[in-house]
Write a protein that binds this ligand. Structure first.
Ligand SMILES: Cc1cc2nc3c(=O)[nH]c(=O)nc-3n(C[C@H](O)[C@H](O)[C@H](O)COP(=O)(O)OP(=O)(O)OC[C@H]3O[C@@H](n4cnc5c(N)ncnc54)[C@H](O)[C@@H]3O)c2cc1C
Length: 479
């Protein structure tokens, strides 16, 4: 049976958004504002009334791309109010020495540490206030019939199962998306899931008595140890959420989850490798065994839609590993583009061609999602084993010199990704050339002050400018 093309006016369209995470909740705001009726199905209980973080509280570094979508929804100021600015990274070496690298080209460029849970709660409430939005919690989608646009749903409380049909279904159900799983199988779309051979574990550093931060507040802390690392992001309440990234199994004799089976082994591991942090962690051994070990996956699939009825957005379409801090930023950028496309495709009679919109959405976003997925893996290697090396530190210092001397022609890949809206695919291509230029300029010098600026200008103008085409600084958003 084939479905008739969807020709409802927006105000007569009933959309089901599957998953009330970050992407689904913000998407619901945009849909409701267009007059659509939105039902959200969320498998978990309502996190605004039940504590469900269970060792996965996670802070996000929300930057320019994420902020733009929040601004479009009128929520930027609300979210930033409870965020902690991070001006750069502070590396902690084994002997306790620290090295600071600013993130941006000046003080206007920084990251924002935001609690994922609090952000999610705010977005859910914003969705409910935006129009005809209902969030139904404890409802797990188990299947989708692509011929009839009918969802099979299980009530997680009483375990009853039922079916419901919608005009439009949007899967924002995260990296293990059921909508993607069913759609790719039934429509025979290619889908690849690369599981990283690393897991992550959350630890906490509590505030000092009196509520002060136990370490430097306005930075992202990193303890790089070659094949593994810990990072710590500040929370608004004075605590830090720390994440240990460690291989599941040993690589060339390295520590790994497999070897950390007893409290003694865990204690020994932290005391040896993270000496300066050990005393600050809140009950590290207990927490290590209490908190779950998270996994990380890169998902690539195409297309992201089925006819004019089903679409994937956010992690459901393109989950990436977290090492560029761009998963949610990329998902929110999806929504900025989606919202722009709604404006472009809506007709004066309030009807739009959903399939054409979905096709253009795929076309615009897929190359960029692929690019940030690749850069996130590359950044994993950079954070894990390069950030402490003298050669790497010289190259980063060289990038800062170039950014200062050529503010309209040069930006590091990090700056392009984090502080501009330059398409991720352009950032990736520019990044290759930036590496070449910086390596060339660092040959035979010991300090970034010795860079040959004449040669630098020549290299930048001949190699980088044709790729960036002036996209070095974006408009600064008012906050
Ligand atoms: C350790 C770590 C650190 C990170 N750091 C950053 C960072 O600094 N910056 C950044 O931008 N991103 C970061 N990310 C990535 C970010 O968390 C994700 O990109 C973001 O959460 C994706 O949002 P989403 O709504 O698409 O998916 P999710 O947040 O996974 O939400 C999916 C929702 O769907 C629900 N659901 C799932 N299956 C079903 C079903 N069958 N039926 C009904 N509901 C369902 C889930 O319960 C959930 O509520 C990080 C991720 C990790 C793991």
């Amino acid at each position: 049976m084939s479905l008739k093309k969807l020709t409802n006016r927006l105000s007569d369209t009933h959309v089901c958004v599957v998953g009330a995470g970050l992407t689904g909740s913000l998407l619901a705001v945009f849909l409701a504002r267009r007059g659509m009726k939105v039902t959200m199905l969320e498998r978990r209980p309502d996190m605004r009334v039940a504590d469900i973080s269970a060792g996965r509280s996670i802070n996000l570094n929300i930057t320019r791309r994420g902020l733009r979508a929040l601004q479009k929804a009128g929520l930027e100021a609300t979210i930033l109010k409870d965020s902690v600015p991070m001006m750069g990274r502070l590396m902690h070496s084994r002997n306790g020495e620290t090295t600071y690298q600013p993130y941006g080209r000046d003080d206007s460029e920084y990251g924002n540490s935001v609690s994922r849970g609090e952000l999610n709660k705010t977005l859910m409430t914003a969705a409910e206030k935006a129009g005809a939005v209902t969030i139904r919690f404890n409802q797990r989608v188990t299947n989708i019939d692509l011929d009839t646009n009918t969802l099979s749903i299980q009530n997680e409380v009483d375990k009853t199962a039922y079916e419901e049909t919608f005009d439009l279904i949007i899967g924002t159900d995260g990296s293990a998306s059921q909508i993607r799983e069913t759609m790719t199988k039934k429509a025979d779309y290619p889908c690849k899931q690369d599981l990283l051979n690393y897991g992550y574990k959350e630890l906490t550093i509590l505030p000092l008595e009196g509520g002060q931060f136990a370490m430097e507040k306005n930075v992202l802390h990193i303890w790089p140890r070659g094949l593994y690392m810990i990072i710590a992001l500040p929370n608004f309440d004075g605590s830090f959420t720390c994440t240990l990234f460690l291989p599941y199994e040993s690589i060339n004799g390295s520590p790994c989850f497999e070897k950390l089976k007893t409290e003694e082994a865990v204690s020994q591991f932290f005391k040896t490798d993270f000496q300066d942090a050990y005393g600050m962690f809140d009950k590290p051994e207990e927490t290590f065994f209490h908190n779950p070990t998270g996994s990380m996956v890169t998902v690539t699939t195409q297309p992201w839609h089925y006819k004019d009825r089903v679409l994937l957005v956010g992690d459901a379409a393109h989950a990436i590993v977290p090492f560029f801090g761009q998963g949610a930023n990329c998902a929110f950028e999806d929504l900025t583009v989606f919202e722009d496309l709604l404006s472009k495709y809506v007709q004066p009679d309030d009807v739009l061609d959903w399939e054409a919109l979905f096709l253009e959405f795929d076309e615009l976003r897929k190359p960029n999602a692929d690019a940030i997925a690749q850069m996130a893996i590359e950044n994993f290697i950079e954070m894990r084993d390069k950030v402490g090396q003298p050669e790497f530190l010289l190259q980063k210092a060289a990038e800062k010199v170039l950014e200062k001397n050529f503010p309209n022609e040069f930006a590091s890949r990090y700056s392009l990704v984090t502080f501009t809206h330059t398409p991720y695919s352009v950032c990736r291509d520019a990044g290759v050339v930036i590496d070449e230029i910086v390596c060339e300029l660092c040959k035979g010098i010991k300090s970034a002050d010795e860079i040959d600026l004449v040669k630098a200008e020549q290299l930048i103008k001949s190699k980088l400018s044709p790729i960036l085409k002036g996209r070095v600084k974006d408009e600064v958003l008012s906050s």
